[in-house]
Structure formats: structure tokens, C-alpha cells
Design a protein around this ligand. Structure first.
Ligand code: 8X3
Length: 245
């Protein structure tokens, strides 16, 4: 057992999730890292005195078992999610859309529902959901992802009202371009396509986003940062960025 408050991070095996687990541990949390690649979570957990648990947010039984192994928690970071494909609606791949809605939307719903009783019972609960600037506006070829991120954001933002009167804060983190394996997953492992996304730009790093999450998580209990949008200096919005040639 630990007297540190417990933070649960989904999608914690890499990228923003892994960086967030480290940043929260530095801020004094006992971090439970959940992801399908539990071996990677275990490596990080060993370094930060945390706990690694297998979690597949697309599998209801996995989420139930995950939550059952977490008797108490005061912070949940809904980070698991991602994009698959970048095609016009006319060419949309239904399986890719299904995956995006299942991971970003239903996955967030499942984990949030499963951990909400513990968060409320903590007396000072907190839900941070990593959506995206894709939750702010449409962009060409991105409807599957922007649609899923808008739906995930609605779930999160609706809770802000529904949980009024309960001891639970809610922060939505909306990152723009962050160099992680996000684009590699989006382009099905095509490293050249993924690298082109960040060409001529200094993108955010996973640590940049994690710093902001840790900042939010360490404000006093009466302070609720509702939404934080963060982008590289060179990015104005999802459709517009300045690239050095
Ligand atoms: C990732 C940001 O602009 O590729 O969530 O949608 S973007």
C-alpha cells in the first residue's frame, strides 16, 4: 500500500500516456499504468514505483478486471485512443471508423464508468481526458477521427455538468501536433508518411503535454481547468501550419 494518491493512466505504454505517468509520479502520485502492452508499462512502473496492469479499453471484460484491481483512485487520465487513416469521407473505411469510435469514445466511456465510484469515494476526484484539437473543428480527410474526438469530448464535457455537486474535477486536454507514434499508427506503420506530418515543424513532445497534465493535476481542489488547448508555435489549427523548407 502507499500513502500517495493514486492516478490511473490509460494508454500508458508509450507517448503522452507514458510521459504522463512519469510526470505524475514526479508530482507525488502512485501511478497505475494501463495498456495492452503491459510489458512496456511494467518497465515504466518499475522506474517510478508504480503499478502496471493490462488494459484493453475495447474489451469490456478487460476494463472490468482492470477497475477491480484498483481499490482506490483520485485521478483518472483518459489517454488511450488514436487515429486510423486519413481519407475523404467518400473513401472512408468502416473498420477504421469502428476502431476509432471503439477506442476513443466507448473506451473512454467504459473506463470512466468503471472508475467513477472510486473517484467520487476519494473525496477529491479528478478526470483528465486527452482529446485533441480534432475535437474543436473538422479537417479534410479526418472525419473518422474528428468525429470520434468530438464524441469523446462531449462525453467528457457532459460529465462537467452531471458531476456538479460531486467532489470530481474535469479537465479536457486538447493537443495539436505531438510527435509520438500517433501518426505511425494512423498510417499503419508507414514511417515516411508519419515523419512527413512533422516535417519543417518543431512539434510538441509527449513531455510537453505531460507537463501540462501534471500542472493541472497539482492545482488546489477548488480550481477546475476546464479546457487546455496546446499546439506548437508553428501550428495555427489542424489545417494550417508554417513549415520551414
Ligand atoms: C492529433 C492532432 O491535428 O492530427 O490529435 O488531429 S491532429
Amino acid at each position: 500500500m502507499t500513502d500517495r494518491p493514486t492516478a490511473v493512466v490509460t494508454g500508458a505504454s508509450s507517448g503522452i500516456g507514458a510521459a504522463t505517468a512519469r510526470a505524475l509520479a514526479r508530482s507525488g502520485f502512485h501511478v497505475v499504468l494501463g495498456a495492452r502492452r503491459v510489458d512496456l508499462c511494467a518497465e515504466i512502473a518499475a522506474q517510478i514505483d508504480g503499478t502496471a496492469l493490462r488494459l484493453d479499453v475495447t474489451d469490456a471484460e478487460s476494463v472490468t478486471a482492470f477497475a477491480a484491481a484498483i481499490p482506490q483512485a483520485s485521478l483518472l487520465v483518459n489517454n488511450a485512443g488514436g487515429a486510423k487513416g486519413l481519407e475523404p469521407v467518400a473513401d472512408a473505411d468502416e473498420d477504421a471508423w469502428r476502431w476509432m469510435f471503439e477506442t476513443n469514445v466507448i473506451g473512454t466511456l467504459r473506463v470512466t464508468k468503471a472508475l467513477l465510484p472510486a473517484l467520487i469515494a476519494s473525496g477529491d476526484g479528478y478526470i483528465i481526458t486527452v482529446t485533441s484539437i480534432a475535437a474543436l473543428e473538422p479537417y479534410d480527410n479526418g472525419a473518422g477521427y474528428t468525429g470520434a474526438k468530438h464524441a469523446q469530448a462531449m462525453l467528457h464535457r457532459t460529465l462537467r455538468g452531471e458531476l456538479l455537486g460531486q467532489p470530481v474535477r474535469l479537465t479536457e486536454i486538447l493537443p495539436g501536433m505531438v510527435e509520438t507514434d500517433f501518426s505511425l499508427v494512423r498510417f499503419d506503420g508507414d514511417a515516411e508518411k508519419a515523419a512527413n506530418v512533422y516535417k519543417g515543424i518543431t512539434p510538441l513532445t509527449a513531455d510537453d503535454v505531460a507537463d501540462v497534465i501534471a500542472f493541472a493535476a497539482t492545482r488546489p481542489s477548488h480550481v477546475n481547468l476546464d479546457q487546455i488547448v496546446l499546439k506548437p508555435r508553428a501550428q495555427a489549427n489542424a489545417m494550417r501550419a508554417y513549415r520551414e523548407s
